[in-house]
Design a binder for this molecule. Sequence first.
Ligand SMILES: NC(=O)c1ccc[n+]([C@@H]2O[C@H](COP(=O)([O-])OP(=O)(O)OC[C@H]3O[C@@H](n4cnc5c(N)ncnc54)[C@H](OP(=O)(O)O)[C@@H]3O)[C@@H](O)[C@H]2O)c1
Length: 321
Amino acid sequence: MPTVLITGGHGGIGLECSKHLAAHYRTNLLLAGRSLERIEPVASELARTYGVKANTLELDTSSLESVRAAATRCHALLDDGTVDHLQAILCNAGARIQGVNYSVDGYEETFATNHLGHFLLLELLIDRVVDNGRVVFTASGTHDPETVDGKLVGAAVEPNALMLANDGKEGRKPTSAGKRYSTSKLCNVLTAYELDRRLRRSGSAITSIAFDPGSTAGTGFLRAMPWPVRWLSTTAFFKQFQKRLGITMGSMEFSGISLARLGADPVFAGCSGKYLQSNDGHLIETRSSAMSYDEERALKLWNDSKLLVHLQPAEESTLLR
Ligand SMILES: NC(=O)c1ccc[n+]([C@@H]2O[C@H](COP(=O)([O-])OP(=O)(O)OC[C@H]3O[C@@H](n4cnc5c(N)ncnc54)[C@H](OP(=O)(O)O)[C@@H]3O)[C@@H](O)[C@H]2O)c1
């Protein structure tokens, strides 16, 4: 049976996705995340409920060492047959981090968690994805400063990897949490499109998609917010209010199902280099921000990301050169 590797597949949108992948597409799962204590009970439950294999992978996307160790472990699991062929990698883990923190590698944590870790993971594992496989990035509508989502959270800034990684250092005023988040999600969209261009150039049939799940209440996403904010976000009143404002509306179940469909449904095989959005019960292809289509910026982001993750020549996939 094909296997789908999903980061953050044990909670929120990712868990709904994992359930749908197992139940509807009968795929095995490789759940990757930073706490095996949190992931293993979920993996066991999914395996029991749906009769699929659900393996786990310790992976902290904010740490380059952890990503490298996880990739090595994933290769070993594939080599010894514990994990069947890799059908898709879903880069879904992400966080909006309130204060300015730096990762163990010294990079701003939002950027490291949401962009750099997934970038490195793909370089290290793309060669193991089957020919007609998928890569999906859970981005966010907040990446687009022209949308209400983007305006409310904070307009994305220039996606300059070296600046973003060193945000707030040497006495510079740090970018706000909202802007750091929306910019990291712009990096996801730019990377999805650049990955598509590289895969096409190398003759690969792997599909690379950017996905916006829409504003989705009830996940762990607002965990750093005070409880009244978390409670309010789940009320019908607030959902109505968001809808009237024109915010893209997800739901945990529909956004998770949408991510699973993008990862496994043959219908989306032709959507490489596209942006799909879950909004009010519909999964539709739409335009991402104007800046996300800038190929020069995407190329610079890719090359600078390679420097930041210290990508070694032996690690670089021939598919992505
Ligand atoms: N909810 C929304 O309104 C919304 C809207 C647009 C986009 N998104 C995006 O959707 C994705 C899923 O978010 P969600 O709403 O389902 O929130 P969530 O329940 O908090 O899920 C996020 C997942 O990412 C994992 N994660 C966070 N930091 C990590 C790290 N350093 N290493 C590995 N895993 C890490 C979390 O694992 P732990 O258990 O270890 O924390 C969790 O499983 C994210 O990329 C988010 O940016 C969400």
